[in-house]
Design a protein around this ligand. Structure first.
Ligand SMILES: Nc1nc2c(ncn2[C@@H]2O[C@H](COP(=O)(O)OP(=O)(O)OP(=O)(O)O)[C@@H](O)[C@H]2O)c(=O)[nH]1
Ligand SMILES: C[C@H](OP(=O)(O)O)C(=O)O
Length: 226
């Protein structure tokens, strides 16, 4: 099997703005870092990892502990790129093409705190020139790119867009359906799933911020309170 390079795009400044009804700006940054930690734990067995960073953090050393924890054996690099999500990722893809496509690329969003190494093993076993793990509601949570012709186009109905882009290029697309990989954390109601199913740093942080499951389940959803 070909080797895999993992790319995690990450933005700390104004991170997770859709959670502003329930979390302050500093808390959202802490949450973004906790989710990044859980994502690194899930992906680090697959190969080397590049964190594609939008804006260098104001506090030096923000990432030091995250990337040099015991149990993390892969190489983790931080690559600064001020561009928006798509141009930053497509520039990185083109750089890999110029290098002769030494590894396949797995692009993993940093807001997937439920994802586990065994989910990813299953995804990597899925055939296709491109394999996509959709997010709930039509987004794209993970893309495994095995063919260097593919480029990304996130936001909007990006799952369907990515399938169409693969078809337009004549590439085969595998779809990896997974509850854990499909659960990205964007809206306050997504925090419920983290409290119920999370096992890592993210539910721990939410508990330390005072969140708990209220024990009530209304309109088919458990409720959390703070
Ligand atoms: N490198 C880079 N990463 C980004 C950028 N915008 C978002 N990301 C990352 O891409 C992933 C998905 O982004 P979103 O779910 O929109 O996260 P977000 O922008 O922090 O959240 P909202 O402000 O609520 O949209 C997360 O891992 C983000 O950290 C960007 O402009 N550059
Ligand atoms: C990046 C974007 O994430 P969302 O904010 O839609 O979860 C997408 O999946 O296309």
């Amino acid at each position: 099997m070909r080797s895999i390079k993992v790319v995690i795009p990450f933005k700390l400044d104004c991170a997770k703005s859709r959670l502003s009804p329930v979390l302050s700006s500093a808390e959202r940054q802490d949450l973004a870092l906790a989710m990044l930690e859980d994502v690194i734990d899930a992906v680090s067995g697959l190969g080397d990892v590049t964190i594609l960073l939008k804006d260098p953090p104001s506090e030096p050393g923000t990432f030091d502990r995250l990337i040099s924890r015991p149990g993390i054996h892969s190489q983790i690099d931080i690559l600064d790129c001020p561009l928006e999500l798509d141009p930053a990722l497509n520039l990185l893809i083109e750089a890999e093409v110029k290098r002769g496509w030494p590894s396949d690329l797995l692009i993993a969003m940093a807001d997937l705190p439920l994802m586990t190494p065994s989910d990813l093993e299953e995804m990597v076993g899925t055939p296709g020139d491109v394999v996509i793990a959709p997010g709930r509601g039509g987004g794209t949570n993970l893309i495994l790119i095995r063919n260097p012709k593919f480029r990304v186009s996130y936001y909007g109905l990006s799952f369907l867009k990515h399938l169409q882009m693969a078809a337009d290029l004549g590439l085969s697309a595998g779809v990896f359906e997974s509850f854990r990989c499909g659960s990205d954390v964007d809206e306050p109601s997504d925090l419920v799933e983290v409290m119920i199913h999370g096992r890592g740093r993210t539910p721990e942080l939410l508990r330390s911020l005072g969140f708990s499951l209220s024990g009530v389940r209304e309109r088919s959803r458990a409720e959390i309170s703070r």
